[in-house]
Design a binder for this molecule. Sequence first.
Ligand SMILES: Cc1cc2nc3c(=O)[nH]c(=O)nc-3n(C[C@H](O)[C@H](O)[C@H](O)COP(=O)(O)OP(=O)(O)OC[C@H]3O[C@@H](n4cnc5c(N)ncnc54)[C@H](O)[C@@H]3O)c2cc1C
Length: 389
Amino acid sequence: MKIVVIGGGLGGLSAALHLLKAGFDVQVYEQAARITEIGAGIQISPNASRLLIRLGLKPAMDRVGVFPQFVHQRRWDDGRTLQRAPIGKQVEETFGAPYYHFHRADLAGVMADALPPERVHVGHRLVGLEQKGGRAVARFENGASAEAELLVGADGIHSRVRHLTFGPEKPRFTGCVAWRGLVPAERIRHLGIEVASHNWMGPDGHVVHYWVAAQRFVNVVCVTERGTWTSESWTDKGSVAEALARYEGWHPSVRALIGSFPETFIWALHDRAELPRWTEGCVTLLGDACHPMLPFMAQGAAQSIEDGATLAALLAALPDDLPIALKRYEALRKPRATRLQQASSANRVRFHLHDGPEQQARDAALATSGDRSIANIGWLYMHDASQAA
Ligand SMILES: Cc1cc2nc3c(=O)[nH]c(=O)nc-3n(C[C@H](O)[C@H](O)[C@H](O)COP(=O)(O)OP(=O)(O)OC[C@H]3O[C@@H](n4cnc5c(N)ncnc54)[C@H](O)[C@@H]3O)c2cc1C
């Protein structure tokens, strides 16, 4: 079966690698001039890393990845530990795959390098799409076209495939705005930041940071409610002074990290309403194109990686029945992705509570069992997207 994947992000790359491994004739079309990822950090939990490892990528991933030992949830002002849950050896032993932190470009590079170059077509921006006699025809801005028995839209939250297949619908601004920065290790050595995923929770905002790029940088993302910035570009420059002013009164370590940004980028966080279905004829969607989510479960990319694995396994099992394979794909993937969209939105409320009774109840829950305990996170980390198919 000839399959066209639109979009060479982490979701599109996962789909292409899994489909290729299953024996399909896959071509990837990406609008950018090269395959890379803008932005800095990405956390990849065992549910996604086991799939990438199975594709043979572990040696390359180990070279560029960082292995965090804990998820450390802290109070915004005094830095008190609310929960310190393991995601190191214990998680790897329990779930059979490690938790990684990457620089996004490193992970995209590892995945893209595993694809034969003749299967990746950069500089191809999809502008048109039609279905004729059980085939999809994609048209690109540069005048090229491609035909396939299956077209997979992996083209992100502003998906053109989604627009052309299901009609126009704009992503919604959530009201959350984020500053991000990448701090070189030598600037913050005195802070003694442990190799962990740190989450500082406070009124109307939270700050996440972790080491990336073999511990040469700390990736920092500062999220605030009621932002007025609505542009979603990953490359809009922000102001370090403005970010510092927003986190006035927060713990000195948080402020020191922000103050060490060589530069900062600002962007507005968007999401979309749940899409009733992902497939129309021989066109289907995956990743942010069909289930964008707030990043507060660190699962958007992981879910897009899972989508590709499940899709490929189902197509391999049902090569002569595309409609049934796509139906099962949606039936398997949609409830899990929707659950994570909802959990991400719920974390927005939990992470941003003002000090008071609700915050005290949250902190008490974190202190006793907590949402990151091995037992509570099993449903997420244990899932094997290929075998589920
Ligand atoms: C601040 C932040 C932190 C996050 N942290 C995490 C995390 O720690 N862990 C995690 O799992 N997820 C995280 N996410 C979510 C994650 O970034 C996304 O869910 C993931 O990148 C989606 O991958 P995708 O391949 O579906 O889409 P994208 O990454 O958006 O890729 C889409 C690709 O399609 C291309 N494209 C678009 N339109 C066209 C077109 N018309 N023609 C051809 N190509 C096109 C784009 O250039 C792009 O390369 C985070 C998100 C944010 C905003």
